[in-house]
Design a binder for this molecule. Sequence first.
Ligand SMILES: [Zn+2]
Length: 105
Amino acid sequence: MINVRRIKKGDLVRLVTGKDRGKQGKILQVFPRQQRVVVENLNIMTKNVRARREREKGQRIHFAAPVQVSNVQLVCGKCGKLTRPAIKIVGDKKVRICAKCHEVL
Ligand SMILES: [Zn+2]
């Protein structure tokens, strides 16, 4: 499982469960406390919004629902493999590297 703190907005991930299993998308939002992430175009839910006034029509809204971070795997932008981010100390900074190809993520 990926540590939620090692995941960032814009990371490419693959969903490992649910109806969108095997699909990839970019992370749009990270909720560290809930251990959840929102992935672009994945886990799309439909919400019916009722008309608030008489003349308005009800609407269906599609939105990407948050998924558990344990249900996604990071895809390395360099080698394209499923990977885990590892932390490397460079000088006094921590950088994330791909566990497979050791490139900086
Ligand atoms: Zn890599």
